[in-house]
Design a protein around this ligand. Structure first.
Ligand SMILES: N[C@@H](CCC(=O)N[C@@H](CS)C(=O)NCC(=O)O)C(=O)O
Length: 210
């Protein structure tokens, strides 16, 4: 049974969503997101940089949410939600997987980190990061001009990963999305696995309160 160490609203969301979409068995271990807890030797033993999430499978422990998604696909996907290496879509599958975390999530994460470190925030820094995130949304809008999903007609895990980041974009930068991205976001978040993930995420918050 996979154990996903998760704090509400954080990147474990995208891993849970993939598990829900695949009906892969997992359990949640709620994590106190307070910086003090994430600095403890107990948490650092699981995540050496003090971030969330962490995933455990038997005696395997890993951090990095994108790698967790790939692990879940490879161990529980039976070929679902990812193209094979000989599929022409494979290169772009890799591209969008990396884009989701390294390029799109990055400026949004910097806004969060900046706000945590600087009070009051420096407007020019936040504006710069919002601009970088908006450039990513424009790239997605162009890519989605002739397709349902980022790889074409078939949904893959990159769509879930990107739409997780889009939640942060809508919260931190703008609710209004360009037309193709809006339609795409609505399509992907209409999945029952999304609704289930939102519920799991909220329940994790409730468990932490008790
Ligand atoms: N690339 C990592 C990023 C992990 C990350 O930044 N997690 C955030 C929550 S979504 C966090 O723990 N932030 C606390 C911090 O950076 O101090 C991943 O995808 O797992």
């Amino acid at each position: 049974m996979l154990k996903i160490y998760h704090s509400p609203g954080t990147r474990g969301f995208r891993v849970i969503w993939v598990c829900e979409e695949l009906s892969a068995p997992y359990e949640i271990v709620p994590v106190n997101f307070a910086a003090e807890y994430r600095a403890t030797p107990e948490w650092r033993a699981l995540n050496p940089v003090g971030k969330v999430p962490v995933m455990v499978d038997g005696d395997m422990t890993m951090f990095e949410s994108g790698a967790m998604i790939q692990y879940v696909l490879d161990c529980h996907g039976n070929g679902r939600l990812q193209p094979t290496k000989d599929d022409p879509a494979y290169a772009h599958y890799l591209q969008w997987c990396w884009f989701a975390e390294a390029t799109f999530a990055r400026p949004l994460g910097e806004i969060v980190n900046h706000r945590r470190a600087f009070e009051p925030e420096i407007d020019a820094v936040v504006a710069e990061m919002k601009g970088r995130a908006t450039a990513c949304v424009a790239a997605l809008d162009a890519a989605l001009s002739d397709r349902f999903y980022l790889l074409g007609e078939t949904m893959s895990a990159v769509d879930l990963s990107i739409c997780y980041v889009m939640r942060g974009y809508r919260r931190m930068v703008s609710e209004a999305l360009p037309a193709n991205v809006q339609t795409y976001f609505d399509r992907v978040t209409a999945l029952s696995s999304y609704e289930a993930t939102v519920k799991v995420d909220a329940e994790t918050g409730e468990r932490l309160k008790n």
